[in-house]
Design a protein around this ligand. Structure first.
Ligand SMILES: O=C(O)[C@H](O)[C@@H](O)[C@H](O)[C@H](O)COP(=O)(O)O
Length: 247
Protein backbone atom coordinates (compact mmCIF):
# COMPACT_ATOMS: atom_id res chain seq x y z
CA UNK A 1 0.00 0.00 0.00
CA UNK A 2 1.43 3.47 -0.86
CA UNK A 3 2.35 5.78 2.01
CA UNK A 4 0.24 8.55 3.50
CA UNK A 5 1.29 11.67 5.38
CA UNK A 6 -1.71 11.42 7.66
CA UNK A 7 -2.94 8.94 10.18
CA UNK A 8 -5.71 6.88 8.55
CA UNK A 9 -8.54 5.02 10.22
CA UNK A 10 -11.37 2.97 8.71
CA UNK A 11 -14.67 2.63 10.57
CA UNK A 12 -16.95 -0.04 9.17
CA UNK A 13 -20.56 0.31 10.32
CA UNK A 14 -22.77 -2.77 10.13
CA UNK A 15 -26.01 -0.79 10.02
CA UNK A 16 -27.20 2.76 9.40
CA UNK A 17 -27.70 3.20 13.16
CA UNK A 18 -24.07 2.23 13.75
CA UNK A 19 -22.88 4.57 11.02
CA UNK A 20 -24.80 7.45 12.58
CA UNK A 21 -23.35 6.59 15.97
CA UNK A 22 -19.83 6.57 14.47
CA UNK A 23 -20.45 9.95 12.87
CA UNK A 24 -21.78 11.37 16.11
CA UNK A 25 -18.75 10.08 18.01
CA UNK A 26 -16.51 11.78 15.46
CA UNK A 27 -18.41 15.06 15.89
CA UNK A 28 -18.10 14.77 19.66
CA UNK A 29 -14.37 14.12 19.59
CA UNK A 30 -13.59 16.88 17.06
CA UNK A 31 -15.81 19.48 18.73
CA UNK A 32 -14.38 18.71 22.18
CA UNK A 33 -10.83 18.98 20.89
CA UNK A 34 -11.71 22.29 19.22
CA UNK A 35 -13.16 23.60 22.51
CA UNK A 36 -9.76 23.23 24.16
CA UNK A 37 -8.20 25.43 21.49
CA UNK A 38 -10.66 28.19 20.62
CA UNK A 39 -14.15 29.64 20.80
CA UNK A 40 -15.70 28.09 17.69
CA UNK A 41 -15.77 24.70 16.01
CA UNK A 42 -15.34 25.00 12.22
CA UNK A 43 -16.82 22.26 10.12
CA UNK A 44 -16.94 21.98 6.32
CA UNK A 45 -20.02 20.32 4.87
CA UNK A 46 -20.63 18.38 1.66
CA UNK A 47 -23.90 17.57 -0.07
CA UNK A 48 -25.50 14.36 -1.27
CA UNK A 49 -26.37 11.64 1.23
CA UNK A 50 -24.37 13.42 3.93
CA UNK A 51 -27.18 15.91 4.45
CA UNK A 52 -29.50 13.27 5.90
CA UNK A 53 -26.79 11.28 7.67
CA UNK A 54 -25.36 14.33 9.42
CA UNK A 55 -28.84 15.49 10.41
CA UNK A 56 -29.50 12.11 12.01
CA UNK A 57 -26.10 12.12 13.73
CA UNK A 58 -26.67 15.59 15.20
CA UNK A 59 -30.15 14.64 16.39
CA UNK A 60 -28.78 11.54 18.05
CA UNK A 61 -25.77 13.19 19.62
CA UNK A 62 -27.47 15.99 21.61
CA UNK A 63 -24.21 17.93 21.26
CA UNK A 64 -24.25 21.64 22.01
CA UNK A 65 -23.80 23.15 18.54
CA UNK A 66 -24.16 26.78 19.58
CA UNK A 67 -20.50 27.61 18.87
CA UNK A 68 -20.27 25.61 15.63
CA UNK A 69 -19.73 27.33 12.27
CA UNK A 70 -20.76 25.52 9.11
CA UNK A 71 -18.91 26.07 5.85
CA UNK A 72 -19.32 24.36 2.48
CA UNK A 73 -16.49 22.26 1.03
CA UNK A 74 -18.18 22.89 -2.28
CA UNK A 75 -21.31 24.63 -3.42
CA UNK A 76 -23.39 24.66 -6.55
CA UNK A 77 -23.49 28.06 -8.25
CA UNK A 78 -27.24 28.60 -7.91
CA UNK A 79 -29.39 30.88 -5.77
CA UNK A 80 -29.51 30.14 -2.02
CA UNK A 81 -33.13 29.07 -2.22
CA UNK A 82 -32.69 26.86 -5.31
CA UNK A 83 -33.38 23.17 -4.80
CA UNK A 84 -29.85 22.39 -6.15
CA UNK A 85 -28.16 24.51 -3.47
CA UNK A 86 -26.32 22.51 -0.81
CA UNK A 87 -26.91 25.32 1.68
CA UNK A 88 -30.63 25.14 0.90
CA UNK A 89 -30.62 21.37 1.43
CA UNK A 90 -29.13 21.74 4.93
CA UNK A 91 -31.17 24.77 5.87
CA UNK A 92 -34.43 23.12 4.83
CA UNK A 93 -33.59 19.95 6.72
CA UNK A 94 -32.34 21.69 9.84
CA UNK A 95 -35.13 24.28 10.10
CA UNK A 96 -37.51 21.55 11.18
CA UNK A 97 -35.14 18.95 12.64
CA UNK A 98 -32.42 21.03 14.30
CA UNK A 99 -34.09 24.40 14.95
CA UNK A 100 -31.43 25.44 17.47
CA UNK A 101 -28.93 25.87 14.61
CA UNK A 102 -29.24 29.45 13.41
CA UNK A 103 -28.83 30.91 9.92
CA UNK A 104 -25.97 32.99 11.30
CA UNK A 105 -23.98 29.79 11.92
CA UNK A 106 -23.71 29.11 8.18
CA UNK A 107 -20.87 30.70 6.25
CA UNK A 108 -22.27 30.44 2.77
CA UNK A 109 -21.11 31.45 -0.68
CA UNK A 110 -22.48 34.63 -2.23
CA UNK A 111 -23.78 33.23 -5.50
CA UNK A 112 -25.13 36.62 -6.55
CA UNK A 113 -21.54 37.49 -7.49
CA UNK A 114 -19.98 36.40 -10.79
CA UNK A 115 -18.61 32.87 -10.52
CA UNK A 116 -14.92 33.81 -10.29
CA UNK A 117 -15.69 36.51 -7.72
CA UNK A 118 -17.92 34.14 -5.78
CA UNK A 119 -15.00 31.68 -5.39
CA UNK A 120 -12.49 34.42 -4.44
CA UNK A 121 -14.96 35.97 -2.02
CA UNK A 122 -15.63 32.61 -0.34
CA UNK A 123 -11.90 32.07 0.08
CA UNK A 124 -11.68 35.51 1.74
CA UNK A 125 -14.62 34.66 4.04
CA UNK A 126 -12.96 31.42 5.09
CA UNK A 127 -9.74 33.28 5.87
CA UNK A 128 -11.51 35.97 7.89
CA UNK A 129 -13.61 33.47 9.84
CA UNK A 130 -10.77 31.06 10.52
CA UNK A 131 -8.49 33.93 11.43
CA UNK A 132 -5.58 33.32 9.14
CA UNK A 133 -5.45 35.84 6.35
CA UNK A 134 -1.79 35.18 5.43
CA UNK A 135 -1.43 31.43 5.19
CA UNK A 136 -3.72 28.45 4.77
CA UNK A 137 -6.53 28.35 7.35
CA UNK A 138 -7.13 25.18 9.32
CA UNK A 139 -10.58 23.63 9.58
CA UNK A 140 -11.34 21.54 12.64
CA UNK A 141 -13.29 19.02 10.55
CA UNK A 142 -14.21 18.51 6.91
CA UNK A 143 -16.96 16.04 6.11
CA UNK A 144 -16.62 14.72 2.58
CA UNK A 145 -18.64 12.48 0.32
CA UNK A 146 -17.36 10.56 -2.67
CA UNK A 147 -19.14 9.97 -5.96
CA UNK A 148 -19.03 6.68 -7.90
CA UNK A 149 -16.39 8.29 -10.17
CA UNK A 150 -14.12 9.04 -7.18
CA UNK A 151 -14.90 12.76 -7.14
CA UNK A 152 -14.95 14.61 -3.87
CA UNK A 153 -15.95 18.22 -3.19
CA UNK A 154 -16.29 19.44 -6.81
CA UNK A 155 -12.93 17.96 -7.85
CA UNK A 156 -13.76 15.67 -10.74
CA UNK A 157 -11.55 13.11 -12.54
CA UNK A 158 -12.34 14.80 -15.88
CA UNK A 159 -10.72 18.03 -14.61
CA UNK A 160 -7.28 16.93 -13.32
CA UNK A 161 -5.87 20.49 -13.43
CA UNK A 162 -8.03 21.31 -10.40
CA UNK A 163 -5.89 18.87 -8.39
CA UNK A 164 -2.73 20.82 -9.22
CA UNK A 165 -3.95 24.10 -7.75
CA UNK A 166 -1.39 25.40 -5.27
CA UNK A 167 -2.32 29.03 -4.58
CA UNK A 168 -6.09 29.45 -4.59
CA UNK A 169 -8.01 27.78 -1.75
CA UNK A 170 -11.42 28.03 -3.39
CA UNK A 171 -11.82 27.83 -7.17
CA UNK A 172 -14.64 28.17 -9.67
CA UNK A 173 -15.69 25.08 -11.60
CA UNK A 174 -17.23 25.26 -15.06
CA UNK A 175 -18.55 22.35 -17.13
CA UNK A 176 -18.80 20.03 -14.15
CA UNK A 177 -19.52 16.51 -15.44
CA UNK A 178 -22.17 16.26 -12.72
CA UNK A 179 -24.92 18.87 -12.95
CA UNK A 180 -25.26 21.68 -12.21
CA UNK A 181 -22.24 22.67 -14.35
CA UNK A 182 -21.10 25.71 -12.36
CA UNK A 183 -19.80 25.35 -8.83
CA UNK A 184 -17.15 26.50 -6.40
CA UNK A 185 -14.93 24.10 -4.49
CA UNK A 186 -12.23 23.92 -1.85
CA UNK A 187 -8.87 22.90 -3.30
CA UNK A 188 -6.35 20.40 -1.96
CA UNK A 189 -4.15 22.92 -0.06
CA UNK A 190 -7.16 23.87 2.08
CA UNK A 191 -8.57 20.35 2.36
CA UNK A 192 -5.24 18.82 3.30
CA UNK A 193 -4.55 21.46 5.96
CA UNK A 194 -7.58 20.38 8.03
CA UNK A 195 -7.11 18.75 11.43
CA UNK A 196 -9.67 16.06 10.69
CA UNK A 197 -11.10 14.95 7.38
CA UNK A 198 -13.77 12.27 7.26
CA UNK A 199 -15.29 10.59 4.23
CA UNK A 200 -18.73 9.08 4.67
CA UNK A 201 -19.40 6.59 1.87
CA UNK A 202 -22.29 4.17 1.62
CA UNK A 203 -23.67 1.62 -0.84
CA UNK A 204 -22.34 -1.54 -2.46
CA UNK A 205 -22.08 0.21 -5.83
CA UNK A 206 -19.10 2.17 -4.45
CA UNK A 207 -17.18 -0.82 -3.05
CA UNK A 208 -14.77 -0.99 -5.99
CA UNK A 209 -13.97 2.73 -6.03
CA UNK A 210 -13.57 2.69 -2.23
CA UNK A 211 -10.86 0.05 -2.60
CA UNK A 212 -9.16 1.87 -5.47
CA UNK A 213 -9.15 5.18 -3.61
CA UNK A 214 -8.41 4.18 -0.02
CA UNK A 215 -6.36 1.00 -0.43
CA UNK A 216 -4.63 1.41 -3.82
CA UNK A 217 -4.56 5.23 -3.52
CA UNK A 218 -5.04 5.35 -7.27
CA UNK A 219 -4.47 9.01 -8.16
CA UNK A 220 -6.80 8.93 -11.15
CA UNK A 221 -9.52 9.45 -8.51
CA UNK A 222 -9.59 12.92 -6.91
CA UNK A 223 -10.58 11.49 -3.51
CA UNK A 224 -7.24 9.64 -3.42
CA UNK A 225 -5.46 13.02 -3.24
CA UNK A 226 -6.95 13.76 0.16
CA UNK A 227 -4.14 13.24 2.66
CA UNK A 228 -4.18 15.82 5.49
CA UNK A 229 -0.59 16.91 6.08
CA UNK A 230 -0.74 16.92 9.86
CA UNK A 231 -4.22 15.58 10.34
CA UNK A 232 -6.40 12.55 10.80
CA UNK A 233 -8.20 10.93 7.88
CA UNK A 234 -11.20 8.76 8.69
CA UNK A 235 -13.21 6.65 6.28
CA UNK A 236 -16.67 5.78 7.55
CA UNK A 237 -18.29 3.11 5.37
CA UNK A 238 -21.28 0.84 5.58
CA UNK A 239 -20.98 -2.89 4.91
CA UNK A 240 -21.75 -2.43 1.20
CA UNK A 241 -19.19 0.29 0.46
CA UNK A 242 -16.59 -1.40 2.66
CA UNK A 243 -17.01 -4.94 1.33
CA UNK A 244 -13.77 -4.98 -0.69
CA UNK A 245 -11.53 -3.43 1.93
CA UNK A 246 -12.35 -5.43 5.03
CA UNK A 247 -11.34 -9.07 4.99
O1 LIG B 1 -22.50 18.69 -5.22
C1 LIG B 1 -22.72 17.51 -5.46
O2 LIG B 1 -23.00 17.10 -6.58
C2 LIG B 1 -22.71 16.52 -4.31
O3 LIG B 1 -22.47 17.17 -3.12
C3 LIG B 1 -21.68 15.42 -4.54
O4 LIG B 1 -20.39 15.91 -4.69
C4 LIG B 1 -21.78 14.36 -3.46
O5 LIG B 1 -21.16 14.79 -2.28
C5 LIG B 1 -21.12 13.08 -3.91
O6 LIG B 1 -21.54 12.74 -5.20
C6 LIG B 1 -21.47 11.93 -2.98
O7 LIG B 1 -22.85 11.86 -2.89
P1 LIG B 1 -23.61 10.66 -2.24
O8 LIG B 1 -23.06 10.47 -0.87
O9 LIG B 1 -25.05 11.07 -2.23
O10 LIG B 1 -23.37 9.47 -3.12
Amino acid sequence: MPDRKCSFKISLAESEDKLIETLSNLLRRCSEQAKDRKATFSIGLSGGSLVQLLTKALRKSTLDTSNWEFFFCDERYVADDHSDSTFCAYRTEWLSQLPSILDSQFVKADTTKLLDECAADYEARVKVKLGNSHSVPQFDLLLLGMGPDGHTCSLFPEQPATLEETSRLVIPIRNSPKPPPERITFTLPLINNARDVAFVVTGASKSDVVKRVFVDQDKQFPAAWVDPTNGQLTLIVDAGAGSQIIS
